[in-house]
Design a protein around this ligand. Structure first.
Ligand code: ADP
Ligand code: MG
Length: 693
């Protein structure tokens, strides 16, 4: 249950004065939530100084002036071009308010002659008079305190004025109680932090532009609070997950040895290390949940197979799930082949497999005749039941949230789960997004990987590129041609790929093929096969070949309009030609206009082949959204923290959360109680679900 002290903050925004149903929608869209607490996280981005005030005859024009005046006369315009003018005065002189756009009646009602008002706006000298055109404020004198001084300026939306926003924020702030301190006392002193409420108030009432800095103590404190709530939730989830009893998969490694004996290579040290991590999870009596990162071509598949064989050796079943049909099939070719050779029964199951064949597979899964199932997410539809599934690998699926992880483990009987991803995820993202998982990294490529030479050139050189390509292909090379990503429409991607295909056909005739996402599985397979066997030598595609596809003969890649891709994506694409028999060449063709950051990105591609370095760079140059897909980057979730400025705080929050859980896993101490308030404040209620399960 949410602590009572927070309840006022979780009332609907429309409980505030001045919020009707129309404003409710506008405001909640603007602040990203319907609760009062959401208004609190909506911080100003600028300040306007309205502290300048003096008698009218002392006004220096050009400044923003704020003062109390008496309305003395309304001057209606004689022509359409003239403004509506209102003469105001104090003891020392007159000031004119000009309105070029106005409703006469409302001005008369709002500013009746003889009343006193506070006005604020930029003053100017015109026709021998001091004037303000469209004053920012014309209000009741009682509003003086709110208007005079430094005004915070909020991010706004059409229909919401800054004045309105300030009123709402002020009302919201008045509902915040003094909360128990959840931060370590020493840490607070060290960083010159103020208590939560004071920090919040200060953040909403900046006095100088320095107060707006993300590095100001109050903003850092708020960012830290938010990050700590995030890290503590993940740490709790992880702590309790680890305590959940799972299966014990303990073997002598007989099947693993059998596989080793038929492999034409030896595992790299990095592969061995990661496998050992997984085996440790398997042997423990708790449920394992591990993220395995390994750059493209680092050899994750064989590690997955070894781990699955452990489950099989214990008499359990194992499953591996790929994100696309192509990849599932490719896995089946490799893994199925290995399995056959060592007497293990593997099967492929995708949504395309229907009818009798499907029923047969389902039956064999139920009886346990199938040891290893390979498939897409269709693997976990309702009609699939396993005899005893104890180990699951999720491959190339970093878009796999906490919720999906939970669902998956419900499908099987407390399985160990390994999530494998080729997308190098920067450490900060691992912490915020996958902090509930253990983490291993295959940080070494198998020997014999060929470097790829990367060239960057303008798309206007396309004819030269085509000519060079023609020569290469005539001497036996095989190449990918990746077509540009156009906005977000799949349709226009397709049109561009088709057009390029037609163009290239004129040069390469029957030796060029096309694959795209809208093709039927069968057609796609047929084209891929033709490419593999060499019937087709140039494969034009949209980004469907992005992950996993493995064709050793292909050593060339042309990426059109490369500036439209993220670094990670380019890296993934380029990885396709690293596995070749020969050194690869990748040509990045760019178009205009080329932004500064796009320019830098392409240069970084030329310099580095290190996926982790590129991912960090991508994060710097484009922001986290590009790596994991906008919604899932794990950074958009933060309202107060900004990774550009608060990376260090994240690392500290991570450590802080570990220590808290070590000392007080149930959050029962005094600080623990305050931390519970923090978790609820940042709507991390899911942390408490974990306690119950
Ligand atoms: P990824 O990590 O991108 O999924 P794969 O598992 O598909 O990479 O492996 C890429 C290629 O490298 C495969 O052809 C695989 O057989 C091969 N491979 C894997 N491990 C090794 C190794 N230790 N030495 C040599 N080749 C390896
Ligand atoms: Mg793979």
């Amino acid at each position: 249950m949410r602590p009572e002290i927070l309840n006022p903050l979780f009332c609907s925004i429309d409980a505030l004065k001045g919020v009707g149903s129309r404003y409710f929608k506008l405001v909640s869209n603007l602040v990203g939530g319907q609760k009062i607490v959401n208004l609190l996280w909506h911080l100003p981005y600028n300040v306007i100084d309205r502290s300048y005030s003096c008698p009218i005859n002392k006004i220096e024009t050009g400044k923003i002036w704020t003062g109390i005046v008496t309305i003395s006369e309304h001057l209606e315009p004689k022509t359409k071009k003239q403004p509506y003018r209102i003469v105001c005065e104090d003891e020392t002189g007159e000031i004119i308010l000009n309105f070029f756009k106005y409703y006469k009646d409302s001005l008369k009602k709002q500013l009746p002659v003889g009343t006193k008002k506070i006005i604020s706006g930029k003053t100017e000298w015109f026709n021998g008079q001091i004037q303000i055109s469209h004053p920012d404020y014309v209000a009741d004198v009682s509003m003086e305190n709110l208007i005079k001084g430094i005004e915070p300026v909020y991010p706004l939306t059409a229909g919401i004025t800054n004045k309105m926003m300030r009123m709402l924020v002020n009302q919201s702030l008045s509902k915040v109680s003094v909360l128990p301190e959840w931060l370590d006392e020493h840490f607070i002193k060290q960083n010159n932090f103020l208590p939560f409420k004071e920090s919040l108030v200060k953040a909403h009432f900046p006095q100088t532009s320095q107060d707006l800095s993300p590095l100001s103590p109050q903003r850092q404190r708020l960012a830290y609070d938010e990050l700590l709530a995030n890290q503590l939730t993940l740490a709790i989830a992880r702590h309790y997950h680890k305590k959940k009893e799972g299966r014990i998969i303990k073997t002598q490694g007989i099947l693993r040895q059998k596989l080793e004996s038929i492999l034409e290579f030896e595992l790299t040290a990095a592969q061995k290390k990661v496998l050992a991590d997984i085996i440790k999870d398997q042997e423990s009596k708790y449920q394992g949940l591990r993220l395995v990162q390994g750059d493209v071509g680092s050899g994750k598949t064989v590690v997955a197979m070894m781990a699955m064989l452990n489950a099989v050796e214990c008499g359990f079943q194992a499953a591996i799930m790929a994100p696309t049909e192509i990849l599932a099939k490719q896995h089946f070719e490799t893994l199925g082949d290995w399995a056959k050779k060592i007497g293990v029964k593997a099967a492929l199951l995708t949504s395309k497999i229907k009818g009798k064949k499907r029923l047969e597979i389902l039956e064999k899964l139920k009886t346990g005749e199938i040891d290893i199932l390979i498939g897409t997410h269709a693997l976990f539809t309702d009609d699939v039941t396993f005899k005893d599934l104890a180990f699951i690998v999720v491959d190339e699926q970093h878009r796999f949230g906490v919720e999906q992880r939970l669902k998956l483990s419900l499908k099987a009987n407390k399985p160990d789960i390994v999530v494998m991803t080729a997308t190098p995820i920067p450490r900060t993202l691992v912490l915020t997004r996958f902090g509930d998982m253990d983490y291993s990294k295959i940080d070494e490529l198998p020997k014999g990987r060929k470097p790829v030479k990367t060239l960057v050139m303008p798309v206007s050189k396309i004819d030269d590129v085509t000519k060079a390509l023609k020569r290469k292909i005539e001497s036996g090379a095989r190449a990918y041609w990746v077509c540009p990503l156009i906005e977000e429409s799949e349709k226009s991607d397709l049109a561009a790929a088709m057009a390029r295909f037609e163009d290239l056909k004129k040069v390469f005739g029957d030796e060029v093929g096309l694959v795209h996402g809208k093709m039927k599985e069968k057609e796609k397979d047929a084209v891929m096969k033709q490419f593999k066997t060499g019937q087709i030598k140039l494969l034009v595609s949209t980004t469907v070949i992005e992950v996993g596809v493995n064709i050793k003969e292909a050593t060339l890649m042309i990426i059109e309009r490369a500036e439209r891709f993220g670094l990670s994506q380019l890296h993934q694409l380029r990885g396709r030609i690293k596995r070749g028999f020969e050194e690869g060449v990748c040509m990045l063709l760019y178009g205009y206009p080329l932004s500064q950051s796009a320019h830098e990105r392409l240069n970084v591609m030329k310099e580095s082949e290190d996926g982790f370095y590129l991912a960090e760079k991508d994060l710097d140059l484009r922001g986290g959204g590009e790596i994991l897909g906008t919604k899932q980057s794990g950074f958009e979730e933060f309202k107060l923290a900004n990774m550009e400025f608060h990376k260090n705080l994240l690392l500290t929050a991570y450590k802080d959360a570990q220590i808290i859980l070590e000392k007080d896993p149930e959050l029962k101490s005094k600080r623990g109680g305050a931390l519970k308030v923090l978790l609820y404040l940042f709507e991390q209620d899911s942390a408490f679900l974990t306690y119950k399960s």
